[in-house]
Design a protein around this ligand. Structure first.
Ligand SMILES: NC(=O)c1ccc[n+]([C@@H]2O[C@H](COP(=O)([O-])OP(=O)(O)OC[C@H]3O[C@@H](n4cnc5c(N)ncnc54)[C@H](OP(=O)(O)O)[C@@H]3O)[C@@H](O)[C@H]2O)c1
Length: 265
């Protein structure tokens, strides 16, 4: 164990944006703890990363939608090293459709994964960083958190919570050596959409997970709190500030409305 080597914990690292964070940080010389529910993918990623990095890369199986998973994550991380430099709360999933039809278990898992586990993880990891006056926490939210979106109502609301929470916390911890970032990708080309059972119509606007991660890590250097990706992200943020949300909700609801949902004309 080398105490001078930076150490990052990444949730949802088995694929997509999380795996890209792992690739970027491995090339920057970080030691890594990679967490998800798929050990096969995590092991494959570790093998890939060990081709470019001589540093320790640990992988752990953890379902972060279960109660007490923040404590488990924190204990696991500290079993490897006590000085965590960077926590990346990235694990998440999408869910589309009539809210009234969505199984209660799915709703519960999303609230636990996107809100409870992240808030509790930050509560556990942050104090050590504040004592050391050094560290960063990136939480991956979404442009979907900029305004309410019908038919992905719960997803958008959880991401809005993460944006508000991170902005408040960034202000609280200002000038105390810790950077709080909330990264808000737009439509990104990952398995996310297939897992959610919904392919957005505007595929030409797709961003790559590499672009998301590059922008996010670059923004850490300037300690920016709210991070958007490319011109699409800047446009989404601008639109959400100048156009009434009632109008935006009508358009967005139509764009994501599943064929079975008939309430939005
Ligand atoms: N793709 C987009 O268009 C987009 C846009 C804006 C924001 N985002 C956000 O970006 C983040 C990453 O998404 P992605 O696009 O990279 O999607 P992805 O390719 O589907 O990856 C999701 C990651 O989250 C992990 N995960 C999901 N549920 C988990 C659980 N219960 N416990 C532990 N890990 C879990 C998955 O790992 P396992 O399945 O192996 O457990 C996987 O590594 C999410 O927070 C998402 O909301 C995505």
């Amino acid at each position: 164990m080398n105490q001078t080597t930076p150490f990052a914990v990444i949730t949802g690292a088995s694929r997509g944006i999380g795996a890209e964070y792992a690739r970027a940080l491995a090339t920057q010389g970080y030691e890594l703890l990679l967490v998800s529910r798929d050990m096969k993918r995590l092991e494959l990623l570790r093998e890939e990363l060990q081709q470019v990095s001589q540093k320790d890369i640990w992988v752990e199986l953890l379902d972060l939608s279960q109660p007490q998973s923040a404590e488990k994550l924190y204990d696991l991380a500290r079993s490897y090293r006590s000085d965590i430099s960077l926590l990346i709360n990235n694990a998440g999933f999408g869910c589309y459709g009539d809210f009234a039809d969505i199984p209660l278990a799915t709703i519960h898992n999303m609230l636990q994964l996107h809100i409870t586990t992240i808030v509790e993880s930050i509560r556990l990891f942050l104090p050590d960083m504040l004592v050391r006056k050094h560290g960063a926490i990136i939480t991956v939210a979404s442009v979907a958190g900029f305004f309410p979106i019908p038919y992905m109502t719960e997803y958008a609301a959880t991401k809005a919570f993460l944006i508000a929470f991170s902005k408040g916390l960034a202000q609280e911890t200002k000038d105390r050596g810790v950077t709080i970032q909330v990264c808000c990708p737009g439509f990104t080309d990952t398995d996310f959409h297939q897992t959610a059972g919904h392919q957005p119509k505007q595929i030409f606007l797709a961003q790559s997970p590499q672009q998301v991660v590059q922008t996010s890590l670059q923004a850490l250097k300037s300690k920016r709190t709210l991070v958007t990706i490319g011109w699409q992200g800047r446009l989404s943020l601008w639109i959400s500030k100048i156009i009434p949300h009632k109008i935006l909700m009508t358009f967005a609801g139509k764009a994501v409305k599943p064929p079975s949902a008939t309430h939005l004309k």
